[in-house]
Design a protein around this ligand. Structure first.
Ligand code: SF4
Ligand code: SF4
Length: 355
């Protein structure tokens, strides 16, 4: 496992050009240079030179990050910003009480038992398609049922063994040992199972699985998969929808393709549809005010379209948009519905294969 000092050269590659400021949602909201990658690299460079201590204050700025990866995609020096931040976080947490608590809650025994309180969905092992539901779908299983319905029309059955978490929350909190445990367990299980390819409907799980180094099966998100099928979704009544693109969704070309397979849908693009929703799991707890401000902005843009339904492909984004809608419309006020894209498709009055 790499340590922060192993990234010294990478950190020094930062030319302090400041281009990351233009894309970082946190910088746009706060104007604080310590919150964007450039500022964090100045601090981490100070730590490596012995001028600064990797303390609570630096950790606060490390946590002031949505892990959206926008700065990584944009950085002209090609620095893997998120990897450096999580290594620094891992180093900080190693000897703190907070780190011990995180490691306890995220340990396999505790984490899986917490999920079992919610999860009443039975796993199945008969199908020809491996389905990786992810932890959020274990708590809110509607989407897994929706996927099964759509796959049935296409003559696919799901095989859903008892996976561990994909590991994204462990990475985000710097618990790299627990991430490696989950990654190795899931890789072994996925490689051994029936099923030629792996489907998942959670953008974060998709990203995590695609980064497992020894996985020997192809990972596809369900929206890309549906876009490639000969299938039609007929809604008897007209539906107006808008779509939020999660930060970790690299390619959303499926959206237009699937909409062309739907009858009676009107799509209205929201302003900044690919801006972060502002939730980002743990970020919503550790940076409450910032998260509320960003989710409110997202909800406002969605409401302005006048669409009845807001669709997305990430469970954390669903929570973020709902958090924003409560702020914009009030808890009991009239709000647009928020749903997974696949769940929405499964509600079509007729789903049929086409020639
Ligand atoms: S864009 Fe990259 S090189 Fe430029 S300041 Fe940001 S992190 Fe440094
Ligand atoms: S990952 Fe996103 S939130 Fe974090 S520093 Fe980069 S652009 Fe900002």
């Amino acid at each position: 496992m790499k340590e922060l000092k192993d990234y010294a050269d990478e950190i020094n590659k930062c030319s302090k050009c400041g281009l990351c400021q233009a894309v970082c949602p946190i910088y746009k909201e706060t104007g604080n240079d310590c919150a964007v990658s450039r500022g964090k690299f100045v601090m981490l460079d100070g730590v490596l030179k012995g001028d600064l201590k990797l303390n609570k204050t630096i950790n606060k700025y490390l946590e002031m990050c949505l892990k959206c990866g926008k700065c990584t995609d944009f950085c002209p020096s090609g620095i893997d910003v998120c990897e450096i931040f999580r290594t620094a976080k891992h180093e900080y947490l190693k000897n703190t009480l907070e780190g011990k608590l995180i490691r306890f809650i995220q340990s396999k025994a505790v984490f899986k038992n917490l999920l079992k309180i919610f999860n009443r969905k039975k796993s199945s092992a008969k199908g020809n398609t491996l389905y990786f539901a992810g932890c959020a779908e274990k708590i809110f299983p509607n989407n897994t049922y929706a996927i099964r319905d759509i796959l049935k029309v296409l003559n696919f059955e799901t095989n859903e063994p008892d996976f561990d978490c994909c590991g994204v929350p462990f990475l985000a909190s710097g618990n790299l040992e627990r991430y490696n445990e989950a990654m190795e367990y899931n890789t072994r299980l996925l490689n051994e199972q029936n099923g030629d390819f792996i489907l998942t409907d959670c953008t974060s799980c998709e990203n995590a699985l695609k980064n497992y180094p020894n996985l020997n099966k192809k990972v596809t998100n369900t929206s890309d998969f549906i876009a490639q099928q000969n299938i039609k979704f007929i809604f008897k009544e007209k539906q107006t929808i808008t779509f939020h693109k999660p930060c970790h969704l690299k390619d959303d070309t499926f959206l237009k393709v699937i909409l062309s397979k739907c009858e009676n849908i009107e799509y209205r693009e929201m302003e900044n549809y690919d801006d972060c929703c502002g939730f980002a799991g743990q970020f919503a707890l550790t940076n409450r005010k910032l998260s509320l401000a960003l989710t409110k902005k997202k909800a406002k843009n969605a409401i302005n379209t006048g669409a009845d339904i807001i669709l997305t492909t990430c469970p954390a984004c669903i929570l973020g948009i709902k958090q924003g809608l409560i702020q914009e419309c009030g808890f009991f006020g009239k709000q647009p519905k928020v749903m997974y894209f696949s769940e929405f498709l499964s509600k079509a009055d007729i789903i049929q294969q086409t020639a």
